[in-house]
Design a protein around this ligand. Structure first.
Ligand SMILES: N[C@@H](CCC(=O)N[C@@H](CS)C(=O)NCC(=O)O)C(=O)O
Length: 337
């Protein structure tokens, strides 16, 4: 009896470790490339150029994960996804991670079956209108047309908020943003609603950007961040702690330029994050220098922000909530301990 139990135990342990070895992390390492689901048409966040090179704020998080997991920020196979396609791509396993201005919500976390890593961009839904439209608030949309994208939280929030305000509007629905923006620019809608980041991202591409303005109203909370499929804790941890490392790096003042010298800094928290003291990073199933490589590849959170969508970009989106908690924002790195 005892012997049978022992055999059973050995079998269970063997099965469990095989399952772990076949997890998403091992699969990616074997494949030698990270499959990242992204936006290809959202300036500043995710775009592709004529040569097929992807760039943007969301794209840099793909690069950071690839640098951490594979030691190569360029070892990414990008999958451009529309809003409607993105969840199936995660559910089917076609992408390892989805980083496509995707809002963390309860139904996406449960029914859709996603796990959300820490939020990388705290956003909210807003409205773009023509300055000469006379629209200054939501009630002014009575009897007017609003361009909105399907398969998004945007569409659902708009319906809820307008119903609550008893404003009768006509939704003009598009599957993809570029067509929507062109239609709005052509005057097919009196307003256009999406995440405020999306409005800021597309405004410069309107024919006369200065003829348009973003209303003060913010009708929702849109915490955007990376998402993976339910059921693989190790992979979820790897994605989550890569984001944590980039936020912590900004808190510690570790940059792309000084990360080399930071490795030998006396701060034990920094040593645990950069792998000088290897146990914490290795506990994730990664090489000790995984997060050192991620920071070396893309810089800390603030550098990623400034370069793509902040002060050093044409969008100049203020940090606002997306600043460190020590600067009046709500970004707060979880300790490497
Ligand atoms: N954050 C919202 C909206 C995401 C979304 O798809 N936004 C649009 C407007 S900014 C977009 O990215 N469009 C780009 C495209 O479809 O190419 C969500 O997760 O549902």
């Amino acid at each position: 009896m005892r012997k049978t139990l022992q055999v059973l135990l050995v079998l269970v342990v063997a099965l469990a470790s095989t399952a772990l070895a076949q997890g998403r992390l091992a699969e990616i390492q074997e494949r030698g490339a990270l499959r990242c689901g992204v936006n290809a048409t959202l300036p500043g966040f995710g775009v592709v150029d004529a040569d097929g090179n992807f760039s943007g704020f969301d794209v840099d998080f793909c690069k950071a994960i690839a640098a951490a997991v594979l030691g190569d920020a360029d070892a990414v196979e990008y999958r451009p996804l529309t809003a409607g396609e993105r969840f199936t791509a995660v559910q089917s396993g076609e992408v390892d991670v989805l980083i496509r201005n995707t809002t963390w919500t309860s139904s996406r976390d449960t029914t859709v079956g996603l796990n959300f890593a820490p939020t990388t961009f705290y956003d909210g839904q807003g409205f773009m209108v023509r300055r000469d439209s006379g629209i200054t608030g939501l009630a002014d949309f009575e009897g007017r047309a609003i361009c909105v994208q399907s398969g998004t939280t945007t569409e659902l929030n708009l319906a809820d908020v307008m119903a609550a305000l008893d404003v009768q509007y006509t939704p003009v629905i598009f599957e993809q943003a570029p067509q929507l923006v062109a239609a709005y620019d052509d005057g097919q809608c009196d307003g256009w609603t999406t995440d405020k980041s999306g409005l800021a991202s597309f405004q410069p591409s309107l024919r006369v950007p200065a003829d348009h303005m973003i209303l003060d109203a913010t009708i929702s909370k849109e915490p955007l961040g990376p998402a993976v499929l339910h059921g693989d804790d190790q992979w979820f941890d790897v994605v989550s702690w890569t984001v944590q490392a980039l936020i912590n790096a900004e808190e510690f003042g570790i940059t792309q330029a000084n990360v080399d010298s930071a490795r030998t800094a006396p701060n034990p928290d920094v040593q645990r994050m950069l792998g000088t003291d290897p146990a914490n990073v290795e506990g994730l199933g990664l090489d000790a220098d995984a997060f050192y490589r991620a920071i070396l590849a893309v810089g800390n959170y603030g550098e990623i922000y400034d370069r793509n969508i902040g002060a050093d970009s044409q969008f100049d989106i203020p940090r606002g909530l997306n600043d460190l908690y020590t600067n009046g924002g709500i970004l707060y790195g979880i300790p490497f301990r």
